[in-house]
Ligand binder design. Structure first.
Ligand SMILES: NC(=O)c1ccc[n+]([C@@H]2O[C@H](COP(=O)([O-])OP(=O)(O)OC[C@H]3O[C@@H](n4cnc5c(N)ncnc54)[C@H](OP(=O)(O)O)[C@@H]3O)[C@@H](O)[C@H]2O)c1
Length: 318
């Protein structure tokens, strides 16, 4: 049985972009990232109390996990929490693929335990969920969660873990002003009612909700996110303008208001951090106050865009 309850900061940090090669335009994000820049991100985050780091082996096939290990080198292991994932689509052919995947993550991250280990998607709930149980029993994994699961799949995973005295302690799904499938499909309610922490990913829609990108300044050519978002950027203008205006009133940015919206919805945002300055914003985002009217207005503007940002790997939650 897990003895200590899962406790997390109000915001978690995402490192999918850290799995790119670091060359402009290359990979999923195409941002230019350097080892020294990411070290600075880590130092700022740790100083600001943002200590929960989300990654996955599949992000650059080990590159993100290894970059994270380098960025955190020298910090006491008990001062930060690591969250990484088992991705069914990249399993090896060993007898116990879940255990093998964990060992790979432990090696990449240079640690002997993972604070929060996820099944990345519901490719086969019956087949993969039981593999978490021995990892919990061994102590190599402290807590477990499921990602991209709908309510029925969460309940099934919970029942499988429950037979061994464990439970789904967290859910991690796409959730942003532009993509509220988990809210409409009852996942948020399920989590609230059952004391399960809901982590929202792609809250900034990979930069599209920050106001930084627009028709005149598109996402890096050649990157996957450019393909996913550049054609919808003109339709997001009214929304990002309002986010920016609300941010200005509280001395912060559009991105931080989008993050504050996700917090106000009772979720823990996982924000992809690529620059040290973004960390300052996340510290501010925790103090941003949004009225009921602000929330309603932002959601109406988001709805009016008519933009669907469902990822190619995702299924609707209702
Ligand atoms: N479980 C899953 O299936 C799943 C799927 C997707 C993501 N995730 C997790 O969730 C995390 C977050 O998602 P994401 O990284 O894909 O997207 P995101 O958090 O929506 O957006 C991250 C991007 O937004 C820009 N950004 C971040 N902070 C900013 C700020 N303050 N001001 C302006 N721009 C800012 C950066 O782009 P620039 O570098 O261009 O500035 C960054 O790469 C991932 O890193 C990953 O850990 C999980």
């Amino acid at each position: 049985m897990t003895n200590d309850p899962l406790t997390t900061p109000a915001i978690a940090l995402g490192t999918w972009a850290w799995g790119d090669s670091g060359e402009a335009g290359d990979g999923y994000f195409g941002s230019r990232l350097t080892e020294s820049g990411l070290r600075e991100v880590a130092e700022k985050a740790m100083a600001g109390g943002l200590t929960l780091w989300d990654t996955a082996t599949v992000y650059g096939m080990g590159r993100s996990e290894k970059a994270l290990a380098r960025a955190l080198r020298g910090f006491d292991r008990s001062s930060y929490q690591l969250s990484t994932k088992f991705t069914p689509q990249i399993v090896g052919d060993g007898d116990d693929p879940v255990a093998d995947a964990l060992e790979q993550s432990l090696a990449n991250l240079g640690t002997d335990y993972i604070d929060l280990y996820w099944i990345h998607n519901p490719a086969d709930v019956e087949r993969w969920t039981p593999g978490l149980i021995p990892l919990l029993e061994s102590g190599k994994v402290r807590h477990v969660g499921v990602s991209n699961h709908d309510v029925e799949q969460i309940q099934r995973a919970d029942a499988i873990l429950g037979e061994a005295g464990y439970r789904v302690e967290a859910v991690q799904n796409h959730y942003s002003l532009l993509y509220r499938s988990s809210e409409l499909g009852g996942v948020l309610d399920h989590c609230r009612e059952n004391g399960v922490r809901f982590f929202s990913y792609m809250v900034l829609e990979q930069g599209a909700l920050t106001g930084r990108y627009g028709p005149k300044n598109p996402m890096p050519a050649g990157s996957s996110r450019a393909e996913a978002y550049n054609h919808v950027l003109p339709r997001l203008q009214a929304l990002t303008d309002r986010l920016a205006a609300l941010g200005q009133e509280q001395d912060t940015s559009a991105a931080d208001v989008a993050t504050a919206w996700a917090i106000a919805k009772g979720t823990t945002p996982i924000i992809g951090v690529t620059k040290p300055g973004y960390v300052d914003g996340l510290v501010r985002a925790q103090g941003v106050e949004l009225t009921g009217e602000d929330m309603t207005e932002l959601e109406a503007l988001a709805e009016a865009t008519g933009v669907d940002t469902r990822g190619s790997w995702e299924h609707e939650m209702q």
